[in-house]
Design a protein around this ligand. Sequence first.
Ligand code: PD2
Ligand code: ZN
Length: 279
Amino acid sequence: MGQAISPELREWVVAQLAAGHSVPSLRASMRDAGWHPEVAEAALAEVEAQAAGAAAVTPPRAEMPGPDLSTSPLYIDTGDRLVQVLQTMRHPRVVVFGDLVSDEECEGLIAAARLRLARSLTVETQTGGEALNVDRTSDGMFFERGENVFVARLEQRIATLLRWPLEFGEGLQILRYSPGAQYRPHYDYFDPAEPGTPTILRRGGQRVATLVMYLQEPELGGATTFPDVGLEVAPKRGTGVFFSYERPDPGTRTLHGGAPVLAGEKWVATKWLREREFI
Ligand code: PD2
Ligand code: ZN
């Protein structure tokens, strides 16, 4: 019985061939990433056959998460809170929100996360597993979706604010940056050219947007930076910075980082939104 070829695996094979990699090297990468040889062969054969016919056209993403800015609102009512719209940018799409998280919620999230912190792991696109990342020197943890009342309330607010189903969100990530800690510039989407990416994409497809919320402000440093456009967002408690990327591509200008904390401690909560339900 042949296994079905996922759209993600097909996409990855297309990207690799387009980048000039040979079929034998793709076969070896897929084997190393744990794909069954039959599935790998079927995916290669299918993509090669398609390439011989009409050129594949990737349709633009129909819908994206984001607030309704059509009336240039100063506030958005999320049902339980009036969130401020402080700043917007179109390319990259960035929106800075004020009064997004209450002091009580910031403190509740930090208290629940503190005991479970570990040196941050990031998703390892080579293999689809997790690994220590030298580019990120913060400590972190993940909550399950809806794990406690603070998490559940915030997730519902985010779903309303960004008009994206709650179930399409990953669990909330909490990060603590001590003095000197930083997160070097990176993209939050998964690199389509990496062999582990098809495995990662099985849980809800690509990431399409990020919301970083500041739970505790440092005394100095710790801005979220967007180097392509020279933007720095100050890590003010209760504020959040949203950005979205309709393609997993640097052309979205969503390169961003967490500048080194120079004094004090910075805590953030990050919500990543996927294309589909995140299981
Ligand atoms: O803490 C930040 O400012 C930051 C910067 C870049 C967080 C993330 N990325 C992230 O969680 O992806
Ligand atoms: Zn990031």
